[in-house]
Design a protein around this ligand. Structure first.
Ligand code: HEC
Ligand code: HEC
Length: 350
C-alpha cells in the first residue's frame, strides 16, 4: 500500500474528497469550433531514427502557437490562486517530471500519482497513467480544472487571458482570434509537440552509427535489457514502450487501480501505461505512485519477479541476475539520458 492514507488534517481530508470526485468524473470535453485561417506551417525536426509525427489537421504547428504555448506552460495565471503553472510539477531539469513522490497543487492538495516526464508526447495515443485521455489538446484542460492541481474553471482561465492585452495580442497573432478554449488548448499542445528527446548516448549508438560510444558494461546491460531481462517485451521500440497497459506486479493489492478506472474490467486492475524509459536516470521517484526511489530498487523488484497479483504480466518473472548484471543493466538505463533535451533553451522560460 502506498503510504498516503495516513491520518490527515482537515485540509487534507478535503483533498482526498476531491481526489475521489475526480476519480469518478473522467472529463471528456468535446470542442466543435471552426478552424483558424490558413497558417504558415512550421516543421518540427524529428530526431534521427524516430518515425514521422502525426499532427492533427485542425492544429497545424506554427512558431506563433509554440511560443504562446510555452508562455502559458510557465504562467501561473492558469491556476485558481495564480501560484501554480504546468512547470511547477513538470521540471525541465528532470525531463519535465516532478522529483516529488506526489505532486502538490493549489491549497497544498497532494495528488495520488507521480507526475510523469513530458517528452515525445506526439507519439502517444493515450495520456495519463491510465490512458483516460486520447488527445493532447483535450489533455491540456485536465490539470487546469483538476481540483487537486490548478483548480480553475477553464472558462475563467479564458476570461483572465482576455483581460490581459499581452495575451490578446499573442492569441491574435497565433490564431487570429481572442483567447478561448479552442486556442488555449491548441497553443499548449503545440508547445508539447516540440518536446522531443532523442539524442541520448543510446541514440548515438543505435541511430547515429557511433558504435564506439557505449562501454562494455553498458553493452552488457543492453543485452540483458533486450534478452534475458525481458524488459523489451514491454519497454520496446524507439521510445521504449509498447504503448500498452500492463501490470508489472508492484503490489499484491492496488490502492490506485489504474486502467480499471477507465474500463472497469477486472483484468485491468493494476495495469498502467508502460512508460518510456528515456531519461529514466532523471525522473525518480518511479512508478505511478512514486513508490520506488532508485533504479536499484526497480531492478530488485523485477529481479524478484513481482508480487504475483492475479493480473501480473507473464513477462515479469524471477530473473536471477548477478550483482554485476544488475549494475550493467542500470549502466545501460543511464545511456538513455538526453542532456541536450534538458538543457535545450527552446524549452526554457523567457
Ligand atoms: C500539481 C501538479 C501538476 C500540474 C500543475 C500539471 N501537471 Fe501535468 N501531470 C501531473 C500528474 C500527477 C500527472 C499524472 C496524472 C495521471 O496519470 O493520472 C500529469 C500528467 C500530465 C501529462 C500526461 C503525460 C503522459 O505521459 O501521459 C501531460 C501531457 C501533462 N501532465 C501536461 C501538463 C500541462 C500542459 C500542464 C499545465 C496546463 C500540467 N501538466 C500541469 C501533475 C501536474
Ligand atoms: C509486463 C511489462 C513490463 C516488463 C516486462 C518490464 N516493465 Fe518496466 N514497467 C512496466 C509498467 C507497466 C511500468 C509502470 C508501472 C506503474 O506506473 O506503476 C513500468 C515501470 C518501469 C520503470 C519506472 C518508470 C517510471 O517512469 O516510473 C522502470 C525504470 C522500468 N519499468 C524498468 C524495467 C526494466 C529494467 C525491465 C526489465 C528488467 C522492465 N521494466 C520490464 C512494464 C514492464
Amino acid at each position: 500500500m502506498p503510504n498516503i492514507i495516513i491520518p490527515l488534517p482537515m485540509k487534507k481530508t478535503i483533498c482526498i474528497f476531491l481526489i475521489a470526485f475526480t476519480f469518478l468524473s473522467c472529463t471528456e470535453k468535446k470542442e466543435k469550433e471552426k478552424l483558424p485561417d490558413p497558417e504558415i506551417p512550421y516543421s518540427i525536426n524529428v530526431p534521427v531514427g524516430f518515425p514521422t509525427m502525426d499532427i492533427p489537421s485542425d492544429n497545424p504547428v506554427t512558431k506563433e502557437k509554440i511560443e504562446l504555448g510555452k508562455m502559458l506552460f510557465f504562467d501561473p495565471i492558469l491556476s485558481l490562486d495564480s501560484t501554480i503553472s504546468c512547470s511547477s510539477c513538470h521540471l525541465q531539469a528532470k525531463s519535465f517530471a516532478d522529483p516529488r513522490k506526489l505532486s502538490v497543487g493549489v491549497n497544498d492538495c497532494t495528488g495520488v500519482r507521480n507526475a510523469p516526464p513530458l517528452f515525445n508526447l506526439a507519439y502517444q495515443s493515450f495520456f495519463f497513467r491510465d490512458g483516460g485521455v486520447f488527445s493532447m489538446e483535450q489533455q491540456v484542460l485536465s490539470p487546469i480544472e483538476n481540483p487537486i492541481e490548478m483548480n480553475l474553471d477553464p472558462n475563467i482561465a479564458v476570461k483572465r487571458l482576455n483581460r490581459n492585452q499581452k495575451y490578446i495580442n499573442l492569441f491574435q497573432k497565433a490564431f487570429k482570434r481572442n483567447p478561448d478554449l479552442f486556442s488555449l488548448t491548441r497553443a499548449i499542445a503545440s508547445f508539447e509537440r516540440t518536446l522531443l528527446s532523442g539524442n541520448s548516448k543510446y541514440d548515438q549508438y543505435a541511430f547515429q552509427n557511433n558504435k564506439e560510444i557505449l562501454s562494455s558494461s553498458e553493452l552488457k546491460g543492453m543485452n540483458i535489457f533486450f534478452n534475458e531481462g525481458q524488459c523489451s517485451n514491454c519497454h520496446s521500440g524507439f521510445n521504449f514502450t509498447n504503448n500498452l497497459f500492463e501490470n508489472n506486479g508492484i503490489y499484491e493489492k492496488y490502492f490506485d487501480m489504474g486502467r480499471f478506472r477507465i474500463t472497469t474490467h477486472f483484468k485491468d486492475v493494476g495495469k498502467f501505461k508502460v512508460p518510456s524509459l528515456r531519461n529514466i536516470e532523471l525522473t525518480a521517484p518511479y512508478m505511478h505512485d512514486g513508490s520506488m526511489n532508485t533504479l536499484e530498487e526497480v531492478i530488485e523488484h523485477y529481479n524478484n519477479g513481482g508480487k504475483n497479483h492475479v493480473n501480473q504480466s507473464k513477462n515479469v518473472m524471477q530473473l536471477n541476475l548477478s550483482e554485476t548484471q544488475k549494475s550493467d543493466l542500470i549502466a545501460f538505463l543511464k545511456t538513455l539520458t538526453d542532456k541536450e533535451f534538458i538543457n535545450n533553451s527552446a524549452f526554457k522560460k523567457h
